[in-house]
Design a protein around this ligand. Structure first.
Ligand SMILES: NC(=O)c1ccc[n+]([C@@H]2O[C@H](COP(=O)([O-])OP(=O)(O)OC[C@H]3O[C@@H](n4cnc5c(N)ncnc54)[C@H](O)[C@@H]3O)[C@@H](O)[C@H]2O)c1
Length: 465
């Protein structure tokens, strides 16, 4: 079923008062999510001449009519874009109605900051401070119905309904609605039980949950109607399993992810990939099914064992390298927020992994090979940490960040088995292994085909004798 979650298939429309910075922010969001950007004021000026002149010569009502036509055309274009609207566009009823079918957000600004930014400029409605302040006060009512955002990360998170906030576990029942079906990792449930009346279905802790028998048990036990919602509490294994059960039960019901591991909060719970394992390999059966909400409460990580935190840090370092931001230096909640926002940006640009979403596999081709060759005794994050070393070496980049933050040690696995597993990697095309490399921090390339000898040598360097 086509997801209606957030801005996945809709335009992100930025509304807000003049001087809020909608154009700058819109450009940034569009760049991060690889969407096109439209500034409707620029478009009006391009078609009809400078806005100040239009106001002067034709008056505000005629300007609003021209504006409405341009805004409606932008909002009707088929490819989801990021669209910055002029401050007064929401005065027009037709614009407000069209916005209701898209994903509008309001960029917040206070009147002082707005006035400082626009005074002395060309804007026709910002010539006199008194009138400017009156207009600001009057418009607040119109803007109030749109959710507020403050920066690019908050737009991206909101676009996929992801909340990262300490203490948010307390709001899960309210966010998920009244049906109260909770699928929980049995270990986690003993540590962090969300308040509310729940019909609880436990699944085994960790990876053993990702099994068809577990899913079948859930299907048979659910007492949900199609309008119901499943809430998943646990790490990536639980959200993958419960999300898959939600994708398939009654041909798809809504679900809410409440990730309780660092891996889950920065990666696994976001983006709608759900699935289970088969004897022949991990994640071989699954579906794309976006959670209606992701509620990530960093406070629940206090009980996370160090070993599990390390797995999450491997994904954090990966995201920092991909985004070119030293996210690992941020305080924990901000770090999670920045990583989650980056994942949202990638998913918004390529929801079904037709192209760029593959960058999230940086280091994973090597990591998966080492995991498989160890019969999965090497944890995923430790294997990814080694994989990042290989990807950086092949990219000609320094490995100091990975060395310092993740201290990866070569693992003892059979070299031939690891090579065979790498060649079987499901991301290969035409029998060739396709790699993600990082020629520069923040500038990943995917689908890179390198000579077998180079790839083999890079893999060998991760294996201890
Ligand atoms: N869907 C995706 O896009 C995606 C992305 C990355 C990983 N994954 C999947 O995620 C899974 C790994 O998830 P994970 O690393 O979150 O681990 P996990 O879900 O396997 O949990 C690991 C362990 O941590 C425990 N735990 C969870 N939260 C805890 C807490 N707050 N306090 C104490 N213990 C806690 C669990 O009981 C379990 O024993 C893999 O199956 C992987 O394939 C999916």
């Amino acid at each position: 079923m086509v997801s209606q979650v957030g801005a996945l298939h809709r335009h992100i429309a930025l509304v807000g008062f003049m001087g809020a910075g909608k154009t700058t922010l819109g450009r940034e969001v569009a760049r991060l999510a690889e969407r096109s950007f439209v500034d409707t004021d620029d478009e009006i000026a391009r078609r009809h001449g400078p806005i100040a002149q239009l106001f002067e010569e034709r008056g505000e009502p005629e300007f609003r009519a021209l504006e409405e036509a341009v805004v409606l055309e932008a909002l009707a274009s088929p490819d989801p874009a990021v669209i910055a609207l002029g401050g007064g566009a929401v005065e027009t009823k037709g614009v407000r109605e069209a916005l209701d079918r898209q994903f509008p957000v309001r960029l917040e600004v206070d009147v002082e900051a707005a006035w400082e930014r626009v005074r002395g400029g060309e804007r026709p409605l910002a010539r006199d401070e008194g009138t400017f302040r009156e207009l600001f006060a009057r418009r607040q009512e119109l803007y109030a119905s749109y959710p507020g955002v403050s920066d690019a990360d908050s737009v991206l998170l909101r676009s996929l309904a992801v909340m990262v906030a300490a203490g948010s576990l307390g709001s899960v029942a309210e966010i998920a609605g009244p049906s109260g079906t909770l699928v929980a990792d049995e270990h986690v449930l003993g540590l962090h039980r969300p308040v509310g009346q729940w019909k609880v279905h436990t699944v085994p802790a960790g990876e053993t949950a990702k099994d068809l028998e577990v899913v079948q048990r859930l299907w048979e036990a659910f007492e949900l109607e199609r309008a119901g919602t499943i809430t998943a509490l646990g790490g990536g294994a639980t959200t993958d399993t419960a999300g898959f059960a939600a994708a398939t039960f009654l041909r798809g019901v809504r679900w809410v992810a409440v990730p309780t591991t660092l891996v889950g909060q920065v990666d696994a719970a976001i983006g709608g990939k759900t699935g289970i394992n088969l004897a022949g390999g991990k994640n071989l059966v699954g579906a794309f099914h976006l959670p209606e909400h992701v509620v990530a409460d960093p406070d629940v990580l206090v009980t996370l064992p160090d070993r599990e935190r390390r797995q999450g840090m491997a994904e954090v370092v990966k995201i920092g390298l991909l985004s070119g931001r030293g996210v690992w230096d941020l305080p924990e909640e901000e770090m999670i927020r920045a990583c989650a926002a980056f994942k949202c940006a990638v998913v918004l640009g390529d929801p079904y992994e037709q192209g760029r979403r593959a960058i999230l596999n940086l280091g994973h081709t090597f990591g998966h090979a080492l995991e498989a060759a160890s019969d999965f005794s090497v944890p995923h994050g430790d294997a990814v940490a080694l994989g990042l070393l290989a990807a950086l070496r092949l990219s000609g980049q320094p490995t100091d960040v990975v060395d310092k933050l993740l201290s990866p040690h070569p693992v003892r696995v059979d070299r031939e088995r690891a090579w065979a597993a790498l060649k079987r990697d499901k991301k290969s095309a035409d029998g060739r292994t396709r790699l993600v490399l990082l020629p520069e921090p923040g500038k990943p390339e995917y689908g890179v085909d390198l000579p077998d000898g180079d790839v083999h040598a890079a893999l060998d360097s991760l294996i201890a004798d």
